[in-house]
Design a protein around this ligand. Sequence first.
Ligand code: NAD
Ligand code: MN
Length: 465
Amino acid sequence: MSTVVNPATEETLAEIESAGVEETDAAVARAKAAFPAWRAVSPTDRARLLRRLATLVEEHHEELSRIESRNVGKPIGGARGEVGMVAHVFHFYAGAVDKHHGETIPVAGGVDLTFREPLGVVGLITPWNFPLNIASWKLGPALACGNTVVLKPAELTPLSTMRLGELALEAGIPEGVVNIVVGKGSVVGQRLIEHPDVAKIGFTGSTEVGQQVMRGAAGTIKRVTLELGGKSANVIFADADLEKAAAAAPYAVFDNAGQDCCARSRVLVERSAYDRFAELFVAATRKLKVGDPLDPATDQGALISKGHLEKVQSYIRLAKEEGGHILCGGNVPDSVCERCRNGYFLQPTVIVDLDVNCRVNQEEIFGPVVTITPFRTEEEAVCYANATPFGLSASLWTNDLARAHRVAERIDCGTIWVNCWLLRDLRTPFGGMKNSGIGREGGDEALRFFTEPKTVCIKYSTERT
Ligand code: NAD
Ligand code: MN
């Protein structure tokens, strides 16, 4: 049994039987049995079913948003936006899959036809920070392409994914096509990775577990897509609109209480603008309201668990040991509200005077903690931005167009946002370089990674070739 808790109140939301290896094998067997019929459904009809699922998500928008907000401790406004995106994802892949087909390649004496075939049973493993969003990014394209799915949500946050599984059935997606299995990563996740009947693992989570996924997948030459950790930079040049950059920077790191793979947790500022920027940034950070996630005025909710809160606090202590100084935050807030008195809250925290190579600037903290570091030249900015093992995303603020292109080209990461903190369009590839992962989600990229090309070569010339 595992207890699912609301991290903002510590109230129990559900008690769930944890699946073991046997239940995982049974789910894989169901998915395997459902595959032949599901792949035979025409793309137009699969699209119709996905559209119905999208509509059901829209009809249950408030219910799903509340489940997500209560289970993750995130502000209801953010949860509503995420659930809106989930519906959009299913609409998107419903609209994409009937236009997804192969090529005809004339060859000497014949013709090559390419087909994009589904892989079979795919195992999807998701983290706790954006449970439903991340599940939908994988589930949408996997189903659209004709795969059947075993989906394992994070133990801490299974509730919205379980509800989505019910909605998939209600939408008319046949039994056995979508299988949600709730259980431990080391048991259910590990079994999916090693199971000979699972063709691919789509994984989002930490770099550490991502390494285990890759290792485990080797035994069956399983395909893997890995969306892993980050330590993203927010690079601010003195020629930027400093007011705008400073107003946006808190959201780029403190959104979802910093529990965001893309959190721009290292702000790098050109020395001549450093003092002014730091002042504006701290003022903007102080305005953030840490509070009850169900209160629409709340900017930052709770952290996911007591253990995680303690881990984030240990980084604040470490920052002091490493010579850092706290400009604001650093503590558990005195009082959030009566309902949330037992919740796992932490003030948004800004730290300065740390070396780029210290642990606080190297390791993913995954909480509301940001450092500010000055740089002198464009060269140094690029060097600092690249000075971690990660490469997921970055932000860049400048009014010099040539510089924007130059620096964007040189920062090693999957996505760079110029003069904004987030603009996520479903048609664009999303994923990481370096230790931030392998593969891309979004748009056509996801259709590619949930299919395998097959070439059929037909010879029609009677002449010898
Ligand atoms: P995690 O790696 O601890 O767990 C992710 C999932 O893997 C969970 O479902 C977990 O149960 C499962 N798991 C754990 N051990 C496993 C094992 N041995 N075999 C198979 N599965 C196993 O990550 P988390 O704590 O849930 O989430 C936070 C991490 O996710 C951060 O590092 C964050 O950067 C990353 N993340 C990345 C992206 C991205 O798109 N790149 C998005 C969101 C989160
Ligand atoms: Mn974890």
